[in-house]
Design a protein around this ligand. Structure first.
Ligand code: NDP
Length: 296
């Protein structure tokens, strides 16, 4: 293996440490405790795990965590009423509605009901527009975590060729905007891209956010490129025993690591950074709400 492993778990711990320091200062100097409200509708098992882990880490950095668990058949009106209440609650600085929502709820309508200043996921149309036009926005946590790791590893990204594989609103598109903001030359590849292998091989930076296990193999990677693997996929792992599974990314780690200069592992790469950035966004939202200096 030639690639350096980018340790997202360790980096995330550093970010959470900085958040905890800022939270402690807000409390000591101003008597303010940042609060994050997480809304979960229904019983999706993966969402339940994410929400639990977000709540635990929120408390660990000294913030208040408010969990709102609603029945799967909650009406849109009831969900909007809760969001309204959280929007006006001065103890709540960040609001996150865990996606996906059950099919009868209009996701765009619900997300756009969140006060943009409390939209710590950065999915509100105002924040999307602010990011796209290079203005101060709440930035989606997963791409923000990817950008932080890239800056930490590479320093300046200016002029580098970046290929983002995937064009979702929550990862691919905001990732591309952030890389453009850092003066990369950005290509967004997707399921209709012609000769995607050649497109990917031009990249100094490859961000894979596809949702297809181990799709990106070593032959997609330019020697020395930096690979950020956003994917989280569970696959069968008969080698661990019957019925066992394991998590893999959208990149085939072993073959990519033979060629890349650096790569994030799955698990332990982008995932931990996503939650760390959520906490950082909540402190930022709290600081802005009180007109105080924002964390760096
Ligand atoms: P989506 O399913 O919303 O988007 C997937 C994108 O990949 C689409 O734009 C799609 O293209 C593209 N795509 C699908 N198949 C191919 C293909 N064969 N070749 C090229 N492009 C393809 O996924 P998300 O963006 O929500 O998530 C992507 C991955 O990241 C998932 O594995 C998810 O679990 C993970 N994830 C991880 C997070 C973390 O914290 N680490 C957070 C969020 C997501 P098209 O638009 O043409 O259909």
């Amino acid at each position: 293996m030639v690639a350096t492993i980018i340790d997202g778990k360790a980096f995330a711990a550093t970010v959470r440490g900085k958040v905890a320091g800022h939270v402690a200062r807000l409390k000591a100097d101003h008597g303010i405790i940042p609060g994050l409200a997480v809304v979960l509708v229904g019983e999706d098992p993966a969402s339940q795990v994410y929400v639990r882990s977000k709540g635990k880490m929120t408390v660990e950095v000294g913030m208040n965590s408010y969990e709102h668990k609603l029945e799967a058949d909650t009406s849109e009106a009831d969900l909007l009423a809760l969001i309204d209440q959280l929007n006006t609650d001065p103890e709540v600085h960040g609001i996150l509605v865990q996606l996906p929502l059950p099919g009868h709820l209009n996701e765009a309508l619900v997300i756009n009901a969140i006060d943009p200043a409390k939209d710590v996921d950065g999915f509100h149309i105002s924040n999307v527009g602010l990011l796209a036009t290079g203005q101060k926005a709440m930035v989606p946590c997963t791409p923000l975590g990817c950008l932080m790791m890239l800056r930490d590893h590479l320093g300046s990204l200016s002029g580098l060729n970046a290929v983002v594989i995937g064009r979702s609103n929550i990862v691919g598109k905001p990732m591309a905007q952030l890389l453009l903001g850092d003066s990369c030359t950005v290509t967004i590849a997707h399921s209709r891209t012609k000769d995607i292998l050649a497109v990917s091989r031009r990249a100094d930076i490859v961000v894979a956010a596809v949702g297809r296990p181990q799709m990106v193999t070593g032959d997609w990677i330019k020697p020395g490129a930096t690979v950020i693997d956003v994917g989280i996929n569970r696959i069968d792992a008969p080698e661990k025993g019957e019925g066992k599974t394991r998590l893999v990314g959208d990149c085939d780690f072993d073959s990519c690591a033979e060629v890349a200069g650096a790569i994030t592992p799955v698990p332990g790469g982008v995932g931990p950074m996503t939650i760390a950035c959520l906490l950082a966004n909540t402190v930022t939202a709290c600081s802005r709400a009180h007109g105080l200096a924002e964390p760096e």
